[in-house]
Ligand binder design. Structure first.
Ligand code: BES
Ligand code: MN
Ligand code: ZN
Length: 505
């Protein structure tokens, strides 16, 4: 990668440091106490306590531990590994999400331990592979840190996890561990990219990162530079880029299954490497400070591709990452400018801070030209989505119940929550322009909806779902599997959709 020398960024800086120190995870028949720093024991709120806990429920209750979900009790030991009890509530109510949360709770309660074990009671009704996958994800995601830019990182990195699942087939559990390792790794790649400072990860840099990831994880990467984008007529991405000294990049990703394909899924990600608002400059408030993460959608699409080969996804998947920063300058695009999208639609710019939809429109047109069976786009698109649904739930839109349903099912599996909002076509006239085919700004209300309606115009009749992840891209605190900072939201969800994708015919 070539960077401007005045930034003094080391040549060997990597935007995906998580890949350099991946913990080893294994399902085992028996925990090896001598090799572990801590053991987390999952405890249900009724039934027998695990045999080797030398305390009864009354004693635990006196210490304030009733095995409710999200609670834990650390039991120091004179010798051997630290023991941590983690509550999972009534076993009949325990699902995959509860297991992921429990493993995350263990990983957080044992933050000073590099080598941890998990002891898990027999769980009826959930396949051993799913149990192991969820536990793996919880532990690896909870212990994620972005600390390569710190001289002395204060947290102990996790380097070994082993889990004993009572009554489960070891092969099935091992399979789940492998899947969870791949999905958690992918989400942590997305977090790395989104946590990178904007000067450390420009559009050119993320393209280089994509090329490296493609070579390592088995997908094709084609990078389009500014001149090629001009030739393609991508006036949206180019318009947003106009104020920047950094070139834009469109990055096209392609995964092809080994065997015959079950369909062709298109994924489009917003890759605003830094969103200053442009001429419609954002105030220098805490929200503006988060705008290095305005490429969270592109990061989750790119990261999801790293999992497809290892998990043997059966569909063809093509991705378009629309990457540039959004800067004010003498050359910046202006309010009142009219941009021409790929395909010829003209767009009046009424606010340069509504840049995401402009960058996305070209990608959506290209996905349609490519003949995909369905499009899912993912974008940190509107503050309105954050205001409406907060940091835990993404706004979901779409023109097709099957694709939207697939996203909802995946979200339920991965605990990346979504809530569908209406594509209210009566609001479409708010996007009318006096001088162009459409304007990039709606009225004062329902901003997430008018943004989705803007994209819908470019989608046309292709089955489509849109995820507005402005709220979920980031977490203000460590919370279960979400670590403070970039969450990698959408990565595991997209992997899940892609793995199960079948075109309706
Ligand atoms: N990247 C922002 C949206 C955003 C806000 C993401 C908060 C994450 C957290 C987007 O480009 C933006 O600025 N949207 C404007 C649109 C408006 C000008 C119509 C917004 O939401 O205020
Ligand atoms: Mn903006
Ligand atoms: Zn933005």
């Amino acid at each position: 990668m070539s960077r401007s020398p005045n930034k003094l960024i080391p040549e060997d800086f990597t935007p995906t440091p998580s890949l350099e120190r991946e913990p080893q995870v294994a399902a085992v028949a028996e925990l090896d106490d001598s090799g572990l720093d801590a053991i987390g024991v999952l405890v249900a709120s009724e039934g027998e306590l695990p045999a080797d806990i030398a305390l009864d429920r009354a004693a635990l209750a006196r210490a304030g531990f009733e095995a409710e979900p999200g609670t834990s009790l650390v039991l120091p030991q004179e010798t051997g590994p630290l023991l941590v009890l983690v509550g999972v509530g009534p076993s009949a109510e325990l699902g995959v999400s509860g297991l992921r949360d429990a493993a995350a709770a263990v990983a957080r309660a044992t933050a000073k331990s590099a080598r941890i074990g998990l002891r898990v009671p027999a769980i009826a009704d959930i396949a051993a592979a799913d149990v192991a996958q969820a536990l793996t994800e919880g532990a690896l995601l909870a212990r994620y840190r972005f600390d390569i830019l710190k001289d002395k990182a204060k947290d102990v990195p996790l380097d070994h996890v082993e889990m004993r699942l009572d009554g489960a087939d070891l092969d099935a559990a091992s399979e789940g561990v492998e899947i969870g390792t791949v999905t958690a790794r992918a989400a942590n790649i997305a977090r790395d990219l989104a946590n990178c400072p904007p000067g450390h990860l420009t559009a050119t840099d993320i393209a280089a990162a994509a090329v490296a990831l493609g070579a390592r994880f088995g997908f094709e990467v084609e990078v389009f530079d500014k001149q090629q984008l001009i030739e393609l007529g991508c006036g949206g991405l180019l318009g947003v880029n106009q104020g920047s000294t950094e070139e834009p990049r469109m990055i096209k990703l392609r995964y092809m299954p080994e065997e015959t394909s079950t369909g062709h899924l298109g994924l489009v990600g917003k890759g605003i490497m830094y969103d200053s608002g442009g001429i419609s400059l954002k105030p220098s408030d805490p929200m503006h400070l988060l705008m290095k993460m305005d490429m969270g959608g592109a990061a989750s699409v790119l990261a999801s591709f790293t999992a497809l080969r290892e998990l043997a996804a059966t569909a063809t998947v093509t991705g378009w990452l629309m990457c540039t920063d959004n800067m004010p300058s003498g050359s910046a695009y202006k309010l009142g400018d009219v941009l021409t999208a790929r395909g010829g639609t003209t767009v009046e710019v009424k606010n340069t801070d509504a840049e995401g939809r402009l960058a996305m429109m070209d990608g959506i047109v290209l996905a349609n030209e490519d003949g995909v069976d369905a499009i899912i786009d993912i974008a940190t698109l509107t503050g309105a989505a954050l205001m409406a649904l907060g940091q835990l739930t993404a706004a979901l839109f779409g023109n097709d119940d099957a694709v939207v349903g697939a996203v909802e099912r995946a979200a339920a599996t991965t605990a990346e929550q979504v809530w569908r909002l209406p594509l209210e076509h009566k609001y479409r006239k708010q996007l009318d322009s006096d001088v162009a085919d459409i304007a990039n700004l709606g009225g004062p209300y329902a901003g997430a909806i008018t943004a989705a309606l803007f994209l819908a115009d470019f989608v046309g009749d292709t089955p489509w779902a849109h995820l507005d992840i402005a709220g979920t891209m980031q977490s203000d605190s460590d919370d279960s599997w979400r670590s403070k900072g970039a969450t990698g939201y959408g990565t595991r969800l997209l992997i899940d959709v892609a793995r199960k994708y079948r075109a309706e015919s």
